[in-house]
Design a protein around this ligand. Structure first.
Ligand SMILES: Cc1ncc(COP(=O)(O)O)c(C=O)c1O
Length: 416
């Protein structure tokens, strides 16, 4: 059922065979997977998709593998939550959270891209699988490599949150903490990949890895009853997710699964690391690298690998960009949990805070349908919230003490 036909440079459009790695030898542009859309039309129908298991491989004709999926059989198909209480609080008509904070097995959107890269790593004959990570990718690479029995190296900046480090270490890969920021880690991994012939999910396997992110966009449309929303707000770090959501929307139209106007796709970044928003404001076609300084460590990438595609997608779809300050990020994490019971990490806080800023600026009209991309789980980064929250009430064991506490707080006990 493979209709993956090869790779093409996103910039100069030169074509490459299916087994090529990630950059164009003509212009150094990134390579993108190509498919035979006519063939896809005949097998990937709404009925066929509905009959398939609830995992990301239900869209496998539009994923760049040649054989059978090797992992990710429980990844993807996360909830699209209609956020009524949050919508009321923000004064908007139709609001959804696409909730990858509960993605299997490592609780972030990275469990979509890693199964595709890992499957491809095996197809291409690699035995060592690794990544340069801001935390979540390392968690996912370590988990899927463990399942597949691959030798695994996770490279991270030393300053990551403890929950993210444990989340990788527990699967027993080699975890290498580098004295530097993510961009330093990425540069080192590019050299290691070349020298040792190892597969790095987000570097030399990036053309395959990135395609897994399309499943986030496919699911949004399927879960809305094969209807496009009017706005999607996506976080941006390396720039994998946002352009692939856009590509997914276009491909659904191309293969006849959806019709109508394509959504406007907006970029969300932390104010302490916003090279994409800077470029949107200055009109540049490529982002200027910045030095990150934000609590949103998972999206603290100052030199986004796919910055060109992010800018192109935002502009083509009529989207915009917004920054969120660290205090706004923390407030938004609290707001989402208080209204919808979803505990996200700072990347999700950034996306919601940026959405609020876009609403307040009038860029997103309050009466249009909006999907906010929540891509990571707050339990991994609970340290950032400890100073924000009321301390738990501490009482002795007696009912009398509890009733004294209730009286103090002028709350009436519920009658039995
Ligand atoms: C939770 C989370 N959300 C979003 C992103 C955005 O990544 P990208 O722009 O590379 O798709 C990351 C990246 O590491 C992440 O960890």
């Amino acid at each position: 059922m493979s209709v993956f036909t090869g790779l093409r440079c996103a910039m100069c459009k030169t074509e490459f065979p299916a087994k090529a790695l990630y950059v164009c030898d003509q212009c150094l542009g990134p390579l993108e997977a190509c498919y035979d859309y006519e063939a896809v039309r005949t097998t990937l129908t709404r009925d066929a998709i509905a009959a398939r298991p609830q995992n990301l491989w239900r869209y496998r004709e539009l994923l760049p593998i040649e054989g059978e999926p090797r992992t990710g059989l429980h990844s993807g198909c996360t909830p699209l939550v209609r956020a009524e209480r949050l919508a009321r609080e923000l004064g908007v008509a139709e609001l959804y959270i696409k909730d990858d904070s509960v993605n299997h097995p490592s609780l972030s959107y990275k469990d979509r891209v890693v199964p595709v890269a890992a499957t491809r790593a095996i197809e291409l004959g690699f035995d060592t699988f690794g990544c340069a990570s801001t935390g979540n990718l390392g968690n996912s690479v370590a988990a899927h490599a463990a399942r597949l029995g691959l030798t695994c190296y996770v490279f991270i900046p030393q300053s990551l949150e403890p929950g993210k480090i444990v989340g990788s270490s527990v699967s027993a890969p080699h975890v290498v903490g580098i004295d530097g920021n993510y961009d330093d880690v990425n540069r080192l991994c590019t050299q290691v990949g070349d020298r040792y012939g190892w597969a790095f999910a987000n570097i030399n396997l990036r053309s395959y890895y990135a395609e897994g992110a399309k499943t986030y966009g496919f699911e949004i449309v399927e879960q809305l009853g094969w209807r496009y929303p009017q706005h999607v707000v996506s976080p941006v770090a390396g720039g994998t997710l946002l352009p692939r959501i856009g590509r997914a929307f276009r491909e659904l139209r191309e293969v006849g699964l959806a019709s109508g106007d394509l959504p406007r796709i907006h970029a969300a970044q932390a104010a302490g690391c916003s090279p994409i928003i800077d470029a949107l404001e200055s009109g540049a076609t490529h982002p200027e690298p910045v030095k990150p300084n934000t609590i949103a460590k998972s999206i603290a990438i100052g030199n986004p690998a796919d910055g060109y595609q992010v800018l192109e997608t935002v502009r083509r779809t009529g989207g915009a960009g917004a920054r969120a300050t660290d205090p706004e990020i923390l407030d938004a994490i609290g707001l989402l949990a208080r209204t919808e019971g979803i505990f996200t990490e700072p990347a999700g806080g950034t996306t919601l805070a940026a959405t609020i800023n876009l609403l307040n600026a009038g860029t997103i009209p309050r009466d249009e349908s909006i999907v906010v991309c929540v891509t990571g789980n707050g339990y991994k980064t609970s340290n950032v919230m400890t100073d924000q929250l009321r301390k738990p009430t501490r009482l002795g064991r007696s009912l009398r003490e509890f009733e004294a506490f209730l009286a103090d707080h002028s709350t009436q006990p519920v009658q039995g």
